[in-house]
Design a protein around this ligand. Structure first.
Ligand code: 3NM
Length: 208
């Protein structure tokens, strides 16, 4: 996995969007996001066939822009669609199941501290997501924000391991997050709620 993939990592589900989610994704891809995570969960999330169809539509769009398509949490769907990878919480089973059945795919794991990070690496993660850095309105059960201090501490101990930061990241603070050691920024609302996705992503790119 190339760490550049993490630079502008867009995470989205239909319930994060205020307009057609496929239009949001298309605009984000057009503007230059470097990775996409399909995260269809929470209140109002699609289920069943509509869920799979939406995932497949997102995958096709990503393929057209040659942007990696990662699925949040759902190993079965990731295998069924032959996604580029999966992103999971700290759940060894999901990592080992996916690794066994999908050689060469990307595995991302959410971590919150040095201890989690050691475990994720031992379990075979290709990259980690660290968060929440700032307060987020998007994930209701998010842990308390850590600010960039935790990120700096983790980066010091893991010099080269691919890290993407998440939680409350915007055009205004992305630079600070990168300076603290993140290879990239993962964002939901900063892109989903932007009225000028092109400009938002351009501004984020400027901080790379
Ligand atoms: N995971 P926004 S925070 C999906 O801390 C997610 O692991 C987090 O949304 C974590 O960019 C978060 O709108 C929500 O703040 C990110």
């Amino acid at each position: 996995m190339k760490r550049e993939m993490l630079e502008i990592y867009f995470v989205m589900g239909s319930n994060n969007c205020k307009k057609d989610p496929l239009l949001v994704l298309r605009e984000a891809l057009e503007a230059g996001i470097t990775c996409f995570q399909f995260r269809e969960k929470g209140e109002g999330a699609l289920t069943g066939q509509a869920y799979e169809k939406f995932a497949s539509d997102c995958q096709q769009l990503c393929a057209a822009y040659q942007v990696p398509f990662i699925i949040n949490d759902d190993v079965n769907l990731a295998l069924k669609l032959n996604a580029d990878g999966i992103h999971v919480g700290q759940n060894d089973l999901a990592i080992s199941t996916f690794r066994e059945q999908a050689k060469g795919k990307i595995i991302g794991v959410s971590v919150h501290n040095v201890h989690d990070m050691r475990e994720a690496i031992a379990d075979g993660a290709d990259y980690v997501g660290i968060g929440p850095i700032y307060t987020t309105q998007t994930k209701k059960d998010a842990q308390p924000p850590t600010g960039v201090t935790a990120l700096k501490t983790i980066r010091k101990q893991f010099n080269t391991f691919p890290i993407v930061a998440i939680g409350g990241i915007t055009e205004a603070n992305a630079n600070k997050v990168r300076s603290a050691g993140a290879d990239g920024v993962a964002l939901i609302s900063a892109i989903c709620h932007s009225t000028q996705i092109k400009t938002t992503v351009e501004n984020l790119r400027r901080t790379v």
